[in-house]
Design a protein around this ligand. Structure first.
Ligand SMILES: C[S@@+](CC[C@H](N)C(=O)[O-])C[C@H]1O[C@@H](n2cnc3c(N)ncnc32)[C@H](O)[C@@H]1O
Length: 399
C-alpha cells in the first residue's frame, strides 16, 4: 500500500526493516520514487533513523503502559515507538498524538484509543546507560572492558552528515577532516557526474594510509564496489580490486566509468591465494560493522555475541592471502569498520605472532583516536564511522 504521509511511510519502512531489510537502502529507494518536498523527506528520515537508533530506550519508556508489547500487531507497536520518538525529540503533545491515532485508526480502529492513552502518558525516567544508548548488553559489557567506558558510543545516535570524497578538484564545498573529504549539505545529487563519491572519512583514511604513488600497483582486497579503489585510482595508482561479490563489482565498474577512472576488477574468494603480488596491498575486510551503527542503526539488534570472534577468524584467513600478496619491502594495510577487540587488535596480535616478516608501522592519525595498540581505533565522533587500521611493513627480503 502507498503511504500518503511521512509518518505512514516511516511506519511502513520500519515494518520492512523488522522483516530483515536495511534501513538505508529502503529509505533511499522509497524517497527516490517520491516527489515530496524536502521537509517531508527529511522528516521520514528523522523518524526511521530516530526510532532505530533509540529503539531500546523507546521500549523502556513505553514499558510501564505496555507490559506485553509483543501481543500487539507490529503496525501498532511501531506507531507507538514512533510516537514515543517524537515525544523524546521534543514534539509537543498536540502535534504528535493525534497524527498517530489517525494512522492507527486506518488499520486497527479498535486500538486507536490505546495509542492515544499511551502516547499521552509518557513521562521522563532515568534509564540504565546501555538502554539509554540502545545497545545490546553483551556489546556494552565488551566495550566497557576494552575501551574503559561507553561515552564514545553516543556518537552512534546523532544524525549523520553526508561526506563525499572529491575524485577531481572541486570548489564551494565545506572541507571534511581529511584531504579530498568534504561535507555535502544539499539534497542528494548525481555524485558521479560531479566527480564525487559519498564516503565516510574514516573509510577514506584506510585508502590514504597506503600512500600509493602515481603509477604504483595496488591490490585492493575485499574491494566491494570499489569505494577505496576509486580514491586510489584518482591518485594515479594502477588498481586491481578483488572481491567475492561479482554483482557489487559490476556496480563498481559502472561507477568507475561514470567517474572516468580505471580500476581492474577480479572476482575471487580470497580465502584462496592470489596469483599476483604488489608493493601496496589493502585489505578492507568483511566485519561486524560495529563502527557503522549510525548509518546502519538496525545492525546492533541483529549482531550476536559470537559474531566478532567469527568475523575475526575469517579476517585472519584473508590477511594470510593479503600477506602472501605483499612484496618484500611493501606495505599491507588491514582495516575494518568495527570496534571490537577480536577484530582489530586480536587479529593483529595473532597475525604478527605467525609472521615475523611483518612489522607494525606507526602513523599519525588525523582522526579522533579511541584506542591505540598495534593499530589504531578511530572514535565514531562528529559523523565519523568507527574504524580500526593496522599498517604493516614487510621487512624480509625473500623474493
Ligand atoms: C567491508 S566490505 C568492503 C568495502 C569496500 N572495500 C569499499 O570500500 O567499498 C567487505 C567486502 O568483503 C567481501 N568478501 C567477504 N568475504 C570474502 C571472501 N572470502 N573473498 C573475497 N571477498 C570477500 C564482501 O563481498 C564485501 O564486499
Amino acid at each position: 500500500m502507498r503511504a500518503r504521509t511521512p509518518r505512514g511511510l516511516a511506519l511502513r519502512l520500519l515494518l520492512e526493516v523488522e522483516r530483515g531489510g536495511r534501513a538505508q537502502l529502503l529509505l533511499d529507494r522509497a524517497l527516490s520514487r517520491l516527489d515530496w518536498p524536502e521537509r517531508d523527506r527529511a522528516y521520514v528520515t528523522h523518524l526511521v533513523y530516530g526510532a532505530l537508533r533509540h529503539l531500546r530506550l523507546l521500549d523502556f519508556h513505553l514499558k510501564p503502559w505496555l507490559p506485553r508489547p509483543e501481543g500487539l500487531p507490529p503496525e501498532v507497536r511501531w506507531a507507538l515507538r514512533l510516537g514515543a520518538w517524537e515525544w523524546l525529540s521534543g514534539k509537543p503533545d498536540h502535534a504528535r498524538v493525534s497524527p498517530w491515532v489517525e494512522e492507527v485508526k486506518g488499520i486497527y480502529p479498535g486500538l486507536a484509543g490505546l495509542v492515544n492513552a499511551v502516547l499521552r502518558r509518557l513521562i521522563p525516567q532515568e534509564a540504565p546507560e546501555c538502554v539509554r544508548l540502545s545497545l545490546p548488553d553483551w556489546l556494552c559489557q565488551a566495550w566497557r572492558a576494552f575501551f574503559g567506558d561507553l561515552a564514545f558510543a553516543q556518537g552512534f545516535n546523532a544524525p549523520a552528515p553526508l561526506f563525499v570524497t572529491a575524485l577531481r578538484p572541486v570548489e564551494g564545498l565545506r572541507p571534511g577532516p581529511l584531504p579530498h573529504s568534504y561535507l555535502w549539505e544539499g539534497p542528494k545529487a548525481d555524485f558521479s557526474a560531479l566527480g564525487l563519491q559519498p564516503q565516510n572519512p574514516a573509510s577514506l583514511f584506510a585508502a590514504q594510509l597506503l600512500q600509493a604513488r602515481p603509477g604504483e600497483r595496488v591490490l585492493d582486497l575485499c574491494g566491494g564496489a570499489g569505494l577505496k579503489a576509486f580514491y586510489l585510482a584518482a591518485q594515479g595508482a594502477e588498481v586491481v580490486s578483488y572481491d567475492l561479490n561479482a554483482k557489487r563489482q559490476e556496480a563498481g565498474r559502472r561507477t568507475a566509468r561514470k567517474l572516468g577512472l580505471s580500476v581492474a576488477y577480479r572476482t575471487q574468494d580470497l580465502r584462496n591465494p592470489l596469483s599476483e603480488r604488489a608493493a601496496k596491498v589493502l585489505l578492507d575486510a568483511p566485519c561486524t560493522g560495529t563502527g557503522t551503527f549510525r548509518g546502519h542503526p538496525e545492525l546492533r539488534y541483529r549482531l550476536k555475541a559470537e559474531d566478532p570472534a567469527r568475523m575475526a577468524a575469517l579476517q585472519l584467513r584473508l590477511l594470510e592471502t593479503a600477506a602472501k600478496a605483499t612484496e618484500p619491502g611493501g606495505v599491507l594495510v588491514y582495516a575494518v569498520c568495527s570496534l571490537t577487540e577480536e577484530e582489530g587488535e586480536g587479529v593483529a596480535r595473532a597475525f604478527l605472532q605467525r609472521h615475523p616478516e611483518f612489522r607494525p608501522e606507526p602513523f599519525a592519525c588525523p582522526l579522533p583516536v579511541l584506542k591505540e595498540g598495534l593499530g589504531v581505533y578511530v572514535a565514531p565522533e562528529g559523523g565519523l564511522d568507527g574504524f580500526y587500521y593496522l599498517r604493516l611493513r614487510r621487512v624480509d627480503s625473500k623474493a
